[in-house]
Ligand binder design. Structure first.
Ligand code: NDP
Length: 318
């Protein structure tokens, strides 16, 4: 018999009703409407979510999209259980454990008991991953993978990752090495995180507090700028004919041949990476300070704001 869930009409959610600092405007409410779903969408009971810098930008209003003004619950990344499906949904059913990222969460982001997402943005959670691990992945792995493909990384090429210890950077190292077959991966972080970079598969861990990547004798086929702005340094570490992709510099002039990449979230990238996630060749990296219980989302955002997280900041206990 198909699973059924009783879905309430109101829910707990972190909601901002105007733009401003997270501490000022983000409030925990208990009477936010549970979203209704469209025919291509599913309703998910959230079990875990992860934060991304864009979540803070959405709350402060530094990043705005048409039709997404407050009030709203922030949050893109999620893992949870499908509790309702739209009429056209074919690949998912009630009771499926799923993970993914909303493409431009609207009013109903993932920092809420229930969230809504298009079927095509979600995939069934591999059994080998916990909900927390799955929630930590979507934006980070998709940005890493799609950015590396855009930069033309392929088997046998060398890769330098500027900012290897963050959510995206930690995925870039692993995907560069294990999925795309980079011959050699170098990455930067501060002193205490060098061993961590090596544990992810980096062959060379560079301490950016002591060494300047402009001065490295070694040059690379691809440089991925995961924290920045650092494109001007990146181009100096590049082999002739190589490419520099930056995910942190948009709408600014970039030094040749650097180009800017923005993720258009797509469940397909996630699907392609699943064999590597299932085998453990690419692993979720959850910052050891967390996971933060749902009630402590403000503390989680404050930690995100330090810019010092190792891997992903995860929220659980919804
Ligand atoms: P994180 O908050 O996870 O990054 C934190 C990490 O950055 C820390 O581990 C820190 O390591 C490292 N770091 C900080 N300064 C430096 C530095 N000068 N050199 C090397 N490492 C440094 O960020 P995310 O990975 O989530 O996101 C990274 C950036 O990418 C953000 O600007 C985000 O907005 C953007 N982004 C863009 C996307 C797109 O589509 N274009 C998609 C997703 C993210 P340490 O403590 O050692 O300094």
């Amino acid at each position: 018999m198909a699973a059924t869930f009783q879905v309430p009409s109101k829910m707990k959610a972190w909601v901002y009703d105007r733009y401003g600092s997270v501490e000022e405007v983000l409030k925990l409410v208990t009477d936010f409407d549970v979203p209704s779903i469209g025919s291509d969408q599913v309703l998910v009971k959230v079990v875990a979510a992860a934060l991304n810098p864009i979540d803070s930008m959405r709350i402060t209003g530094t990043y705005k999209l048409p039709g997404t003004s407050p009030p709203g619950a922030p949050g893109y990344d999620l893992a949870g259980v499908v509790v309702k499906v739209g009429n056209n949904v074919k690949g998912l059913k009630v009771g499926d454990e799923v993970y993914g990222s909303g493409n431009h969460p609207n009013k109903y982001g993932s920092l809420a008991e229930y969230t809504v997402a298009e079927e095509k943005l979600l995939t069934v959670k591999p059994k080998t991953l916990s909900f927390e691990e799955a929630a930590s992945l979507p934006i980070a792995i998709q940005t890493a993978y799609a950015g590396l493909l855009a930069a033309g990384l392929s088997s046998g090429k060398s890769l330098l990752v500027l900012g290897g210890a963050g959510g995206v950077g930690s995925a870039v190292i692993q995907i560069g090495k294990e999925v795309l077959g980079a011959s050699r991966v170098a990455a930067t972080a501060s002193t205490a995180k060098l061993e961590f970079l090596k544990s992810l598969g980096a062959d060379l861990a560079i301490d950016y507090t002591k060494e300047n990547v402009d001065d490295l004798p070694e040059k690379f086929d691809v440089v991925y700028v995961a924290v920045g702005p650092q494109s001007s340094k990146a181009v100096k570490a590049l082999k002739k004919g190589g490419s520099v992709v930056t995910i942190t510099e948009h709408f600014v002039e970039l030094p040749e041949p650097a180009f800017s990449f923005r993720l258009d979230v797509d469940g397909e990238y996630q699907r392609k990476l699943e064999p590597f996630l299932e085998s453990g060749k690419v692993r979720a990296v959850i910052d050891p300070v967390g996971p933060f219980p749902f009630e402590k989302a403000i503390e989680a955002f404050a930690y995100l704001g330090t810019g010092r997280a190792t891997g992903k900041i995860v929220i659980n206990q919804f």
